[in-house]
Each structure stands twice: as C-alpha cells, then as structure tokens.
Design a protein around this ligand. Structure first.
Ligand SMILES: Nc1nc2c(ncn2[C@@H]2O[C@H](COP(=O)(O)OP(=O)(O)OP(=O)(O)O)[C@@H](O)[C@H]2O)c(=O)[nH]1
Ligand SMILES: [Mg+2]
Length: 359
C-alpha cells in the first residue's frame, strides 16, 4: 500500500535531515563534562538555555566553569532553522506529494504546516535529526487526515436500525464494500440486513445476493428494474420487524452529472432516511476520486467516505486528500477482494505506514 509515496518520503526525509544537520553545523557539539571529584551532577532532564547561533560558544570552551560544563552535559543539540535551510527539501516534498496525486490545496496545507513547524523556531534535534523530520511530517500529515469515523461507536450511539446508504460511481467497489461491511459488523456482534438497491445493472441483484448468502446475511430484493426506494424501504421495514441492528443499502453506480440518477438517489434518501450516507470510490483513481467525492457531497450529501483498492494504490494521494477536501471522514480502506480485506480508517496507522521503515 502506498509504496511509491513511501519510498519518496524516505528520500525526502534524508534530504531534510542532511539540510538540518548542515544548518546545525555551526552549533556547538554536545560534550561530556569532566566534573571535579565530589561535585554533584545536575539532574538529568533539566534542559538549559538554547545556544544562540554565533554567540560565544568558543569563550565558554576557553573558560569552563562548573555550571557551564554541567549545562553542556545536559543540553540537547538545538538549531534555529531559516527558510533557506529547508527551502530545497520543502520544494521536493511539494513535488513528491503532487506527483503522488495529493490534491493541490492539501499539498499546500502540508507544506505550510511543515514550514510553520520548522522555520524560525528553536528546535531540539537531539541525537537523531530524522526523529525531528519524522515528527514534523507526522503532525503535518495527521493534520490533513482528520480523525476517521468509528462505525461501531456510531452504531452504538444511534437508534436501531441504523441505516447506511452506499453511493458512488460505477465499478468502484460499492457492492463488495457492502458485503465486507456486513461481514465486519456481524463479526463485531451486530445483526445486519442488506437491501439490493441496484435494480438497474443486469446481474447486480444476483451479485449482492451471492455475497450475502455466503456471509449468512438476509437480502431484501425486488425484481430487476424495480424502484430502488421501494426495495430499501422494505429492507428498513424488515429490520424494524426483526430487531436487526443495521441496514446496508447497495445502490447502482452513477455519476453526479446524470440528473435522473441523482434524482433517484434523492428519492432514496427521502424514503429510506439513511443515518449515514457513505460515498465509495477507489483509491487508485487518485485525484479523480477526490473530485468526485466532493461533487457527490455537494449534490446529494455525504457523511463518510470508503476508499477501496488501497492495496493496488502505490500513491496514496486520494487517502491523504479526500477527508480534508470533502470535509468528511474516511470510514474504511478496502485492501483486497476478500471479505476481510477492509480496515477501519486510522490516520495514525496510515501515517505509520507512510513513514515506516522501507522494507
Ligand atoms: N483489489 C481490490 N479490489 C476490489 C476492492 N473492492 C472491490 N474490488 C473489486 O472491484 C470490482 C468491482 O467491485 P463492485 O463491488 O462490483 O463495484 P460496484 O461499485 O458495486 O460496481 P457497480 O455496481 O457496477 O457500480 C470487483 O472485481 C471487486 O472484487 C478492494 O478493496 N481491492
Ligand atoms: Mg455494485
């Protein structure tokens, strides 16, 4: 997952680190103090004043006092970075993010956060410059990834049945995601019914029915060509009558600019009254997925996003950009074709994956 971006970020980290090392070159190196016998060492962890670049470190070395020696002992290396020290790696990072399909405003936000965190501030660099780079990148990425959405918590907090409507363009993985989420919820102790709301595409009803049968989930279906609102209304009625926790509604793929199909979706919303409208798109579509998610949100509303096919996406741009662009959390990442290939979205886990050691 996200291998291309991960590799590039690894290179950028090295670049940042060497520039920061260079900038820190003028700073005095930490030294181990020779304390006179009987003198007590300072408590570890007490940090001293940061060194001011260009100010008298030499003099300190010439006339070492006990206090100065102890200060050097406990002082961590610090550096005051200027814009020009990190201009080059920042520009390279910007290019890498754009090449990997991170949306432009999101790239700007990440670069802005990095700059704000690094430039003009006295930063501790301790023994590993890479730690400073990683922690700065980590907070910049986490800042744009948002918080995710915990589906179990969402369901616990709602009146039953909780109604979840899956929408999106053709072939992105809606039906597979409905089956995967059904499987996930059953494993977490929730009862589920699926509404076969794609009455439009030939074979769609059989497709969701086959998945549901394999997973032991009840499907509510009508004939091909029937009104999907009626199917999904029936699915909700079934859930109410049988104390089912969650209704998962599959729908036909549609583009936001197809007025008749979008009107149909509006009708489904009015009739079914979903608690959660989930927009499904594929991570491999990169920036297109982000733009479509935004358009769907504006046209019919979206509460959360699922990005499928993350297993086939070397870039990660959509996963990084979509929540910040649409202003809605990512619920799950689809990571394969099996029923268990779905992971609740965790910004921390994604950042760990991106900044993890290359293997
Ligand atoms: N590798 C991978 N393939 C996936 C994933 N999710 C779905 N697919 C595959 O994507 C293809 C399309 O999936 P569907 O679930 O039929 O897509 P859909 O959005 O329902 O398609 P329409 O109903 O035609 O709009 C299938 O071959 C799935 O197995 C995923 O996370 N990873
Ligand atoms: Mg489908």
């Amino acid at each position: 997952m996200f291998d291309s971006l991960k590799k590039k970020l690894q290179n950028i980290r090295t670049k940042f680190a060497s520039n920061i090392e260079e900038a820190a070159g003028a700073e005095p190196e930490p030294q181990v103090a020779q304390l006179p016998e009987g003198a007590e060492a300072a408590e570890p962890g007490i940090s001293a004043e940061p060194p001011v670049p260009g100010e008298a470190p030499e003099k300190e070395r010439e006339k070492p006092t006990l206090l100065n020696k102890v200060k050097v002992l406990v002082r961590e290396r610090e550096v005051l970075l200027r814009e020009k020290d990190i201009e080059e790696p920042l520009f390279e990072l910007e290019m890498v993010l754009l090449e990997n399909d991170v949306a432009l405003p999101v790239t700007d936000e990440i670069i802005g956060r990095m700059r704000e965190d690094l430039v003009g501030r006295q930063r501790k660099i301790g023994s590993s410059v890479d730690d400073l780079v990683v922690s700065t990148l980590r907070s910049a990425l986490c800042g744009v990834l948002g918080d995710g959405l915990d589906l179990d918590e969402f369901i616990e907090g709602h009146e039953r049945p909780v109604k979840i409507l899956f929408t999106g363009v053709n072939g992105t993985g809606k039906t597979t995601t409905v089956a995967k989420v059904g499987n996930y919820l059953q494993k977490n102790g929730f009862s589920v019914v699926i509404g076969a709301g794609d009455t439009f595409r030939a074979g769609a009803i059989e497709q969701i029915r086959t998945h549901a049968d394999r997973l032991g989930i009840k499907t509510i279906q009508h004939q091909a060509g029937a009104d999907p609102s009626a199917v999904l209304f029936d699915a909700v009625q079934y859930a109410k009558a049988h104390d089912i926790d969650v209704v998962l509604a599959d729908t036909a793929g549609r583009f936001h600019n197809r007025a008749n199909l979008m009107n149909q979706l509006e009708k489904i919303r009015r009739v079914m009254k979903p608690d959660l409208v989930v927009y499904v798109d594929e991570a491999v579509a990169g920036n297109d997925a982000v733009i479509r998610a935004d358009e769907f949100n504006k046209a019919v509303g979206t509460d959360a996003v699922v990005l499928t096919k993350a297993d086939m996406d070397p870039k990660g741009g959509a996963a990084i950009s979509v929540a910040h662009t649409v202003g809605k959390p990512i619920l799950f990442l689809g990571t394969g074709q099996g029923y268990d290939d779905i992971v609740p979205f965790s910004p921390r886990a994604v950042v760990d994956e991106l900044l993890g050691d290359e293997s």
